[in-house]
Design a protein around this ligand. Structure first.
Ligand code: TRP
Ligand code: SF4
Length: 400
């Protein structure tokens, strides 16, 4: 059985905050039990915007990986690695760059958005324009099926699909493809072969997407297929060539509702964060001094939780019982704000306790982290090398 693969990456931003935890890591931790997962630090992507100050990348990488581990990303389940340690990403990026129309890159919405947002930086570089193509290489080199990302990254996944399609179209053709594909269909066995042909017809004649999906499923379950035949049969479903690179799907992480201390989205740039590993004293102080409903000036003024960022925290952390207590206590001025914040403080500290404990293990023994990364890089590299062999062969670069 060919299991669907999940891949995702994060730029090394250093220590993570609870917004990252609820928005991304909780999802990764769930996925690692359901699929083979690859999670990596996109350190080259960091260079596209920080090429003039690369000094912090290594340190940020280490801290971020410790946070992943602290949060519960399990190196026994998921492969954790660093992009720059798998140089095959760069080779694929280069090869893809030969066939990627400039216009495709210029049209990716993040390109102009980010240039405008980071206007203090000169981002009219080759590398920055190529950001989405490097990301495409990250994904395609593992033939990842699912890529968990936030909404903002969806155009990059779309772009990746287009690049894969173009690559397969250009290099997936081989002499006698049709005959080879027919032979491969036979190898499925008569029952599967019949179903395959039916599904293929349904897609080719009526454009039914779910027929494609079912056919992919059928192929995933066909154990005896060779790699080449698998590529042929995937490709034959949709067109006239092998499917060498796999078109991935975005696995849209539903937007985290993790608010910051001021009620806006939690983000480093708003200075409203609680870090994943932050000491209890600081966390307590940060929550105690959080803004509340501005109308509630005195203890005797009734308040409105809807206008209070503390209430947003209760929505994430509190039981129905506590939430009812907040609603009625706030509106009747029956409770004070400090009192109201106490269960939030306790819940956040409770959530962080096991993470801080796990992080301690890794900060006390940095070799442990190094070993996890080295092991992950080695596993990732093997997969990447397999794809690169096929890619070079398809292009005709297998000089021998
Ligand atoms: N661009 C992604 C971000 O900013 C990071 C990233 C790089 C990535 N390569 C990737 C995410 C591959 C998913 C898959 O968040
Ligand atoms: Fe906010 Fe709670 Fe104070 Fe109401 S009682 S204003 S919800 S902190």
């Amino acid at each position: 059985m060919y299991a669907e693969k999940v891949l995702s990456g994060m730029r090394p931003t250093g220590r993570l905050h609870l917004g990252h935890y609820h928005g991304v890591l909780v999802n990764w931790i769930k996925l690692q039990h359901e699929f083979p997962c690859l999670f990596f630090v996109a350190d080259w992507h960091a260079l596209t915007t920080s090429y003039d100050e690369p000094g912090t990348i290594a340190e940020s990488t280490r801290e971020m990986v410790i946070d992943w581990l602290a949060a519960g990303v399990d190196p026994a389940q998921a492969t954790i690695f660093i992009q720059s340690k798998v140089p095959e990403h760069a080779e694929l990026h280069l090869l893809l760059s030969m066939m990627t129309p400039l216009g495709w890159l210029e049209r990716v919405p993040t390109y102009k958005d980010q240039q405008e947002k980071l206007e203090h930086k000169d981002l009219s570089t080759y590398g920055f324009l190529g950001y989405p193509l490097l990301q495409a290489a990250d994904i395609l080199i593992y033939r990842a099926d699912k890529v968990p990302v936030g909404e903002d990254q969806v155009p990059h996944i779309e772009f990746t699909r287009e690049v894969a399609r173009r690559f397969n179209h250009l290099y997936g053709r081989e002499p006698g493809f049709e005959e080879k594909a027919r032979l491969a269909v036979k190898k499925l066995g008569s029952k599967r072969a019949k179903l395959y042909d039916e599904l293929r017809n349904r897609f080719q004649e009526k454009g039914e997407e779910d027929a494609i999906e079912q056919a992919h499923h059928l192929l995933d379950e066909a154990q005896s297929l060779s790699h080449g035949d698998r590529e042929r049969l995937f490709g034959y479903l949709e067109g006239g060539g092998k499917m060498i690179l796999v078109e991935p799907d975005a696995l849209l992480t539903k937007a985290s509702r993790m608010p910051g201390l001021d009620g806006q989205k939690m983000s480093k740039s708003y200075a409203n964060t609680i870090m994943l590993r932050e000491d209890a004293e600081t966390v307590t102080k940060k929550i105690r001094t959080m803004q509340t409903d501005p109308q509630r000036v005195r203890r005797t003024d009734p308040g409105d939780p809807e206008k209070c960022p503390v209430w947003q925290f209760h929505q994430i952390y509190s039981s129905d019982e506590v939430k009812t207590w907040v609603q009625s206590g706030c509106r009747s001025a029956g409770i004070g704000c400090i009192e109201c914040k106490q269960p939030v403080i306790e819940a956040v500290l409770l959530e962080q306790a096991p993470m801080i404990e796990r992080a301690r293990l890794y900060t006390e023994d940095p070799q442990l982290v190094r070993n996890i990364i080295a092991d992950g890089c080695e596993r990732a590299r093997k997969l990447a090398q397999e794809t690169m062999r096929d890619v070079r062969e398809a292009i005709g670069l297998d000089h021998s």
